[in-house]
Write a protein that binds this ligand. Structure first.
Ligand SMILES: *Cc1c(COP(=O)(O)O)cnc(C)c1O
Length: 380
């Protein structure tokens, strides 16, 4: 029996990366910065449809820089989607910024506009409205942008869009990564395309991006010596990694098509398992299906952890849905706004949610192995 390991979302190398890397070596641009960095920024900004972009060492670095150029600091408050990866607000929490977490809505699994509105109404009463709202396009699906943007602009709060998982996904035909005052991409190894590690900050605010660029390269003032009127960070992407990214970018559309096909195959294969419901796709969304995620209804005595254990025995990696931030020990004490008073949507998604192997390089026979293993666990 073939039991080679099947990963959740491994890197998918195209072969085109090497020619760009070779060029970087041949021209001795083995450095942070360089022509591939600039070209990768240009190509990404054109694809997403924004004016300015900045390639960085990680999506987390981009999130942190966005908060710095927005002027977020100790004593201030931010709102953030609870159902996400800790990096969304993890790096700014160190700076002593208060995090208020917002629940998901069942329609998209992303930030609930109803919960967001109640959080704003309460914050106004307390006299401490947020300095920014961090929205997340989870598993490659856009948030309900119109509803969220309307509320945030009514209260004058800028939006930071964490599009780390959603490159290539659209909302009403418009690319994600173009909705935030500042938006963030990630090229970590498990994302839809990768540079082995990296990120991008995107915006129409060219001045803000220029400021972020200055801060990302140690904030060196114009002088013959190292002169600093402010302190910065070492957050830039290297020319070699940007070369990988350019090779990956050529295949983004194919990667999205592959992941959507994998999702469709799972839906078809499990159509008779009535306890399963897949992450929905509202009519305004075209998701990249970064990960295929589904819920196992509470009526089933099989839990996501049971399935994960069984798949692990067969050398197949699977995961629960993200554990919401309001349930994380590190964020104990932070306030949280539910979708409805008596309906904690993100907690339910965590309890009953399962992510299946979804890498664009997953072969049909590998997917069949996953499907058979899941069916066996569900006793089908
Ligand atoms: C991967 C990810 C990040 C972090 O990106 P890095 O490049 O790994 O720092 C942030 N937010 C979300 C939602 C992610 O999935």
């Amino acid at each position: 029996m073939n039991d080679e390991r099947i990963y959740l979302s491994p890197p998918h190398i195209s072969g085109d990366e090497m020619s760009y890397i070779k060029d970087a070596f041949d021209t001795n641009w083995v450095a942070p910065l360089g022509p591939h960095v600039e070209a990768f920024e240009r190509e990404t900004a054109r694809y997403v449809g924004v004016k300015a972009s900045l390639a960085l060492s990680a999506g987390s670095a981009a999130l942190h820089l966005a908060s710095v150029i927005l002027g977020l600091k100790q004593g201030m408050r931010v709102f953030c989607s609870s159902l996400t990866f800790a990096a969304t607000v993890g790096s700014i929490y160190h700076d002593g910024i208060e995090c208020v977490f917002i629940d998901s809505e069942p329609e998209s699994w992303n930030m609930s506009p109803a919960a967001l509105l109640r959080a704003f109404q309460n914050a106004e009463k307390e006299g401490l409205t947020p300095g920014a709202v961090f929205i997340v396009n989870l598993y490659g699906q856009a948030c309900d942008m119109d509803a969220i943007n309307k509320i945030c602009s009514d209260y004058g709060a800028p939006v930071i869009e964490d599009a780390a998982e959603s490159l290539g996904a659209t909302y009403k035909g418009k690319q994600t990564g173009s909705f935030g005052k500042y938006s963030v991409l990630s090229y970590n190894g498990n994302k839809i395309i990768t540079t082995s590690g990296g990120g991008m900050l995107l915006s129409d605010d060219e001045e803000g991006i220029a400021k972020a660029k200055f801060l990302s390269t140690q904030a060196r003032d114009a002088a013959p010596w190292y002169e600093h009127t402010t302190l910065g960070y070492n957050y830039r992407m290297s020319n070699i990694l940007a070369a990988i990214g350019r090779g990956q970018m050529l295949h983004l559309e194919a990667r999205i098509a592959a992941r959507r096909k994998i999702f469709d195959n799972y839906v078809k294969a499990f159509s008779d398992i009535e306890e399963f419901s897949f992450m929905p796709e509202p009519e305004w969304s075209c998701t990249n299906r970064w990960l295929t995620t589904l819920l196992i209804d509470e009526s089933s005595d099989v839990t996501p952890l049971n399935v994960i254990d069984e798949l692990a025995k067969l050398n197949i990696e699977s995961r629960p849905v993200w554990k919401p931030m309001h349930l994380q020990p590190v964020f104990k004490g932070c306030s949280y706004w539910r979708h409805e008073e008596d309906n904690d949507v993100s907690a339910y998604l965590f309890k009953r949610g399962l992510c299946l192997p979804s890498g664009s390089s997953l072969t049909e026979s590998q997917q069949e192995r996953v499907i058979n293993a899941v069916r066996k666990t569900m006793k089908r």
